[in-house]
Every structure is written in structure tokens, then in C-alpha cells.
Design a protein around this ligand. Structure first.
Ligand code: SF4
Length: 59
């Protein structure tokens, strides 16, 4: 799985609240690629709930 953050991210923090190993938010959300494995469901949930539609998942 690949997780990409678009620059439409508003740094709302929701993705980090869903999974703070994969997602860290400062100026915008950042993904730690090495943490994706085992957290795929949280990645999909964050992508579905991101209010900016800024989390793009590719399998
Ligand atoms: S949930 Fe979306 S808009 Fe909010 S910080 Fe994460 S990527 Fe950015």
C-alpha cells in the first residue's frame, strides 16, 4: 500500500488522531511509510474521513 498526502491538506489533525504512528501533522500531514504495514485499515479509514480528501491510497 502507498499513502500520499495532497497539498490540499488543512492540517486538521484527524488522520493523526486515527493513527499517530503512520500520520504526523505539523504544517501538514506526513506519512511514515515504514509504519503502513499492519495499519492498512487505519490508512483506509483516514482516507475515507479526511475532510479535505487529501489522503490518496494506492494498493
Ligand atoms: S485528515 Fe486530511 S486534512 Fe486533516 S491533517 Fe490529515 S490529511 Fe490533512
Amino acid at each position: 500500500m502507498k499513502v500520499e498526502i495532497l497539498d490540499t491538506c488543512t492540517a486538521c489533525g484527524l488522520c493523526e488522531s486515527i493513527n499517530n504512528e503512520v500520520f504526523k501533522v505539523n504544517d501538514m500531514a506526513h506519512v511514515t511509510n515504514s509504519k503502513i504495514k499492519g495499519n492498512e485499515d487505519d490508512c483506509r479509514l483516514a482516507a475515507a474521513q479526511c475532510p479535505a480528501g487529501a489522503i490518496i491510497i494506492s494498493e
